[in-house]
Design a protein around this ligand. Structure first.
Ligand code: SF4
Ligand code: SF4
Ligand code: SF4
Length: 467
């Protein structure tokens, strides 16, 4: 069934990621979300689509992308994949890259590394009929070795490095009295760059955990093992389709391929590796140890808590109290949680929010004046990355319950770990001692920080929709 109908004349369109220019046809908007063929994250299987419009409703109401021309905004995909999770017939899928990974695993000239994001560890089991929220880290590492990966690393390590740099950034920006936003969610960063570019200076410049992991794989890891860059392929497994977009940003040259949790399940099944039957094993030691704080990154509020713990330590040279962060619903902003945090030398006002419709009132106020917050964690997906668009599909009705179980699974593991704070992680200390110096050093800034761009010019361009 042909889904989209060509109704207009040919026109030129510039891709926001590759900057390539394609001549395309203007297409009549249908009930489905608008997807450019060069969308790096998701695609639609047109034969399956029943034109029910549910994906567009989700994109508008949950993600906050407006399809209303009267608001002078064109619908621009921020690659979050929430429409995938909510398509009733499976017509929306991540852009699959796992076959490419299988090819590299069969190429004996390549060393293949794989790094696993925290939220994957409580969701991969779903694809193997395990109970939602089951923590499968140890079995997954064995499975990846069986599938042929040469090195298996933990993105919780990259998360610990992000926490160290971001906590240092928070502490050094305190005197500026300027609200700082977290920057580890690429869908949120892209939303700000497109819809509120003047506010980009509020984003932390610290790279996301996978981009930091990539930067250190391409420097520290290659140096330590004396490996040439062209001989190695870095794969990362994420709960998130937007990370497929993030790794294509030219300023974040680190990982080669990002696959989702659901793609990893396909890769293992096609390699005849059954996760359920395997014994557990450990990550490779270099870049392989994350703290309890690093693991918290997978759930909403986790980045905030992890960064505040380290900021407290930097300011007071002692561990933070258990009660450091006590989030409560805001009485001013709907669906925002807030807290006053005693950092010893200073009280900080902080907030946690997910979903762009929930953050939009804050952004509009910040454009007019200031906000009553020093630090705000923003994520796109429901309950954070545990609810990411690359997670295994389940019952539509039970999505939030499953997300809660995944978040609880991560929190339980994070709290049970002996090393609970990023600054206590011996691997993190080693990397600073032997390679980077200290958080915020010139070398750390060069490798572990990034910049943002005004991308508002893509508003008003005609979106592509030809599949
Ligand atoms: S939700 Fe799925 S079936 Fe419905 S319009 Fe969107 S892509 Fe098509
Ligand atoms: S990936 Fe996210 S932003 Fe893009 S169309 Fe789907 S729901 Fe909308
Ligand atoms: S919240 Fe997490 S999974 Fe969702 S878009 Fe952001 S980084 Fe990706």
């Amino acid at each position: 069934m042909a889904f989209a109908r060509i109704v207009g004349k040919k026109m030129k369109k510039k891709c926001s990621v590759c900057q390539g220019v394609a001549t395309v046809s203007k297409l009549e908007l249908t009930k489905a979300v608008l997807l450019a063929p060069d969308n790096p994250a998701i695609e639609r299987v047109t034969e399956k689509c029943i034109n029910c419009g549910h994906c567009k409703t989700i994109c508008e109401q949950l993600v906050g992308i407006s399809y209303d021309d009267k608001q002078a905004r064109e619908a621009i995909c921020i690659h979050c994949g929430q429409c995938i999770l909510n398509c009733p017939v499976g017509a929306l899928i991540p852009k699959y890259h796992y076959k490419k990974v299988l090819d590299y695993l069969h190429d004996t000239t390549k060393i293949v590394t794989i790094s696993i994001a925290p939220a994957v560890k409580v969701a991969l089991g779903d694809a193997f009929q395990m109970a939602p929220g089951t923590f499968v880290e140890g079995k997954m590492i064995t499975a990846l070795r069986k599938a042929g990966f040469d090195y298996v690393f933990d993105v919780s390590f990259g998360a610990d490095m992000t926490i160290m740099e971001e906590a240092n950034e928070l502490v050094t920006r305190l005197d500026q009295k300027k609200t700082m936003f977290t920057s580890c969610c690429p869908a949120w960063v892209e939303y700000l760059e497109i819809y509120h570019p003047k506010l980009c200076s509020h984003l932390a410049t610290t790279k996301s955990p996978i981009s930091i992991q990539g930067a250190l794989l391409n420097s520290y890891f290659l140096d330590m093992y004396n490996i040439k860059r062209e001989d190695v392929i870095h794969v990362v497994v994420v709960p998130c389709t937007a990370k497929k977009y993030e790794i294509k940003r030219p300023e974040l040259d680190g990982m080669d391929i990002a696959i989702t949790t659901s793609e990893l399940a396909m890769l293992l099944k096609e390699s005849n590796v059954d996760l359920t039957t395997l014994a557990t094993s450990q990550f490779d030691s270099l870049l392989g140890h994350g703290s309890g704080a690093g693991i918290l990154f997978g759930g909403s509020g986790g980045v905030m808590e992890a960064v505040l713990r380290s900021a407290y330590y930097f300011l007071n040279q002692q561990d933070p109290p258990e009660t450091l962060l006590n989030l409560q619903p805001s009485s001013t902003y709907a669906n925002v949680k807030e807290a006053t945090v005693d950092l010893g030398q200073k009280n900080l006002q902080v907030a946690v929010v997910y979903g762009m419709p929930n953050v939009e009132p804050l952004l509009q106020q910040l454009e007019q004046e200031s906000l009553p917050y020093d630090f705000i964690e923003v994520m796109n997906c429901p309950l954070g990355c545990v609810g990411g668009g690359g997670q295994p599909l389940g019952s539509l009705k039970e999505q939030m319950i499953v997300n809660e179980k995944r978040r609880d699974g991560l929190q339980e593991i994070g709290q049970s770990m002996t090393i609970r704070n990023s600054y206590e992680n011996s691997m993190v200390k080693d990397v600073y001692r032997s390679y980077l110096g200290y958080p915020g050093s010139l070398k750390a800034k060069k490798l572990l920080h990034t910049h943002y761009e005004d991308k508002s010019s893509i508003l008003g361009e005609v979106p592509l929709n030809i599949n």
